[in-house]
Design a binder for this molecule. Structure first.
Ligand SMILES: Cc1cc2nc3c(=O)[nH]c(=O)nc-3n(C[C@H](O)[C@H](O)[C@H](O)COP(=O)(O)OP(=O)(O)OC[C@H]3O[C@@H](n4cnc5c(N)ncnc54)[C@H](O)[C@@H]3O)c2cc1C
Ligand code: FES
Length: 367
């Protein structure tokens, strides 16, 4: 038995080593020359082959959705490649359905431009812009979360977005990464403020971009942001709303609430906000103020890790406990959920069990 395990380990290590050698050879030795990329059978441009389709398009100012910065983990950078592109790679298959593969959908951060390609890009993505932004202020919201207030330096018209959308924020090379890195961050500021942009960013232990902005970014520094992306947006409806967020998942919800109350909407809205300790309750005063000034708004925070020393007499437990407690079966509400994937999934499943149809539940997972 020990021999078999040792044999398997040796085979896996050799395969991984071989794959690494091939990747290094491909990156530094292979020269694919110039290739033509044809977009929507209309325009075409000549590019230097060898880079990923995601970054090659980006260099030509066509920006596809992406949350993980091209690591192949988010699956958001899908694009149709009807011609060229070669076989689907093992790193793409976890993100593609059989139907998508039949329709030539590819994961653009994994596919390298090694031959001429035809690419189909949805029209709305041509409106995505690159913004030059400068840090104006940084607020410490909780031990793990900071609010970054940016001024939009260019283009002049500022950032036009719908509440709920996100930007890709790029940070420069540092000791954390030799290459520039970008990740998705939901816009937390109101959509009617075009000259500025606010992001709530949680520091993830070992995380490249979140550590950079928390520990290295200074007031006055300039960065690049691209966007706006995403379809987690308010729908035209008069249904009562339930909003659920944990941690920095409050960002897009905060932007939505500012829009709703600025426009004087009277919809009944309940916000469940969950985190661990009292010091994690970001925007507590602002949300209480909304609660006091708008009779149609109810704010219910809940904490999952209080101790006897904490003077907290509010709800205890997780946001799923609040759903069980406050949401009756088959209520005709519309739901917006935002935060880490496990929380979003548990809330979604529970709401379905309570008879709320999937088409009434929108969510954004911070994968
Ligand atoms: C649409 C969208 C909107 C988002 N909006 C926000 C936002 O407004 N605010 C915000 O803070 N984040 C947001 N995120 C998450 C964000 O894009 C990054 O994933 C996060 O900041 C981690 O990036 P990093 O470079 O620091 O970590 P990475 O270097 O990418 O990851 C390092 C390690 O941490 C793990 N990891 C990644 N994220 C988490 C996490 N949340 N908790 C625990 N471990 C994690 C990874 O699996 C990896 O092992 C959003 C994500 C999406 C998809
Ligand atoms: S950018 Fe995340 S999978 Fe491609």
């Amino acid at each position: 038995m020990a021999d078999i395990i040792t044999g398997l380990l040796i085979i896996s290590a050799s395969t991984a080593f071989l794959a690494l050698l091939l990747e290094i050879a491909d990156r530094f030795l292979a020269d694919y020359g110039e290739k033509t990329i044809r977009i929507n059978e209309e325009k075409e441009f000549v590019v230097k082959g060898g880079s990923t389709l995601l970054s090659t398009l980006g260099q030509n100012k066509i920006f596809l959705p992406s949350a993980c910065g091209g690591k192949g983990t988010c699956g958001l950078c899908k694009v149709k490649v009807p011609n060229g592109g070669g076989p689907v790679l093992p790193t793409e298959t976890p993100h593609l359905t059989v139907d998508e593969m039949m329709q030539h959908v590819r994961i653009s951060c994994q596919l390298k431009v090694k031959e001429d390609l035809d690419v189909e890009i949805p029209e709305e993505l041509f409106a995505i812009k690159e913004y030059r932004v400068r840090v104006e202020r940084v607020d410490l919201l909780s031990p793990e979360m900071k609010y970054f207030h940016f001024k939009i330096l260019a283009p002049e018209e500022g950032l036009v977005f719908k509440a709920g959308q996100y930007v890709q924020l790029e940070v420069p090379p540092s000791e954390l990464s030799k290459e520039p890195q970008f990740r998705a961050y939901s816009i937390a500021s109101p959509p009617y403020e075009h000259e500025t942009m606010g992001l709530i960013i949680t520091k993830v232990p070992g995380g490249v971009v979140s550590t950079y902005v928390h520990d290295y970014l200074q007031v006055g520094d300039e960065l690049i942001a691209r966007g706006p992306f995403g379809e987690f947006c308010l729908r035209e409806s008069e249904k009562d709303m339930l909003m659920i967020a944990t941690g920095s998942g409050l960002a897009p919800i905060r932007s939505m609430l500012h829009k709703i109350y600025r426009e004087g909407a009277k919809r009944k809205i309940t916000l469940f906000f969950g985190d661990k300790k009292p010091e994690d309750l970001i925007y507590y005063d602002e949300l209480h103020e909304f609660d006091k000034t708008h009779p149609s708004f109810t704010y219910i925070p809940t904490l999952s890790r209080t101790t006897e020393e904490d003077t907290w007499d509010g709800e205890k437990g997780r946001v799923t406990d609040l759903i069980r407690k406050y949401i009756p079966d088959n209520s005709g509400i519309e739901v917006y959920i935002c935060g880490v994937p496990a929380m979003v999934q548990s809330c979604n499943d529970l709401l379905l069990q309570k008879g709320i149809p999937q088409e009434n539940i929108c969510f954004d997972k911070f994968e």
